[in-house]
Write a protein that binds this ligand. Sequence first.
Ligand SMILES: Cc1cc2nc3c(=O)[nH]c(=O)nc-3n(C[C@H](O)[C@H](O)[C@H](O)COP(=O)(O)O)c2cc1C
Length: 410
Amino acid sequence: MNILLPSEKISGTETLADYRARGGYRGLEKALRMEPGAMVEAVAQAGLQGRGGAGFPAGRKWRLVRESPVETRYLVANGGEDEPGSFKDRYLMEHHPHLILEGALIAAGSIGARHIFLYVNRTFDRSRGSLAGAIAALEEDGLLARLQVNLELFDAPECYVAGEDTAVLEVLEGRPPIPRKKPPYPVESGYRQSPTVVHNVETLANVPFIAREGADSYRRVGTAGSPGTLLFYLNEEFTHPGVYELPFGTRLRHLVEQLGGGLKSGRRIRAILPGGPSTAFLPADKLDLPLDHKSFLEAGSLLGCGNVRLIPEGDCMVKAALDAAKFFARESCGKCPQCRMETNAFVIILDKILAGNAAAALLPQLEAIAAFSRGKGDCGLIHMAAAPVLSAVKHFSDDFAAHLEGRACG
Ligand SMILES: Cc1cc2nc3c(=O)[nH]c(=O)nc-3n(C[C@H](O)[C@H](O)[C@H](O)COP(=O)(O)O)c2cc1C
């Protein structure tokens, strides 16, 4: 069952009339008639978890902001999506802008925010175009005037860290995308020190269903720990690439084999990178894992942003770890010395191992550097960088041994 996407694929942008024809904005009308606070409780009871990567309970953020004594509050829809190979936010913004806008309007009304920022990667022309069109349609319709809410489309810089929630706030305030030290968290002191909820656009896209159908209906899909559905993206390496909406708990094998048709090259699977470069590699025998947060955490990885990649037999896992390490070294903003040190050290060490120039004693240094970095840094990038590196060493130690001994790997 789909919660976000209509059963028929929409090739262009869904218009206001088309969206209304499939029940669009009925959730908002229902939310407007609810008792104060009831929608916040519905989101909490539905168990909606943030889709920005960490899976944080949305209801908790909403409660904190709603209960704040500070009257001026803000909502930010995060459409930065700079994770390489991630496409699901763009898909939603391009094809279903009203789904995001309805979710944002319900969220803003529930937490008492009168200003909504739509923070969209400035390189996503089609996303910005479709959201701008949807805002214009709502203005013409008179809905925004009736609600007395401002919707502001804001250009986001195209660098990875610009999607981190406090870096988002810095950008909105006119500064470069450098994360703030936490606490305070955005829900306490966000945009211009006011309580602010920052949500991934997919998180907001779940809200209309909860408003329209109720928390129990939402919980009927997915698992007890991870209710609802998640968007997954399979890239061009798959036989059937695309964005798929699946209930949490679906087997990974169903996604990559039945829906994705496996690798187009026909090569067998060696490793899985379940949710983008910030998640740990898993060996191919984890293909039967249910797609939910708990199962992936227990297996030593994360669902991340649902951008599933398969690494085929014959590919070198030292090289795969180095590619991920290079990404984080390039994207570290440089504010925290420990993060700069860690991300660059990973690249130097993995480069040496790959080239067959490393002493065996260098390998344990990867774990030592990661351990030294734990709990440090102002944002999560420092921890993200370690996941692909350490998991490659753990599950594919033969490749590392081969390079250290000057043998062929794979
Ligand atoms: C380095 C870094 C980059 C991030 N990039 C994004 C992003 O592009 N989009 C996003 O929604 N969240 C991103 N996040 C997560 C945000 O900080 C934040 O947790 C999220 O927007 C909250 O939304 P949610 O509650 O809907 O999950 C990033 C986090 C880090 C540490």
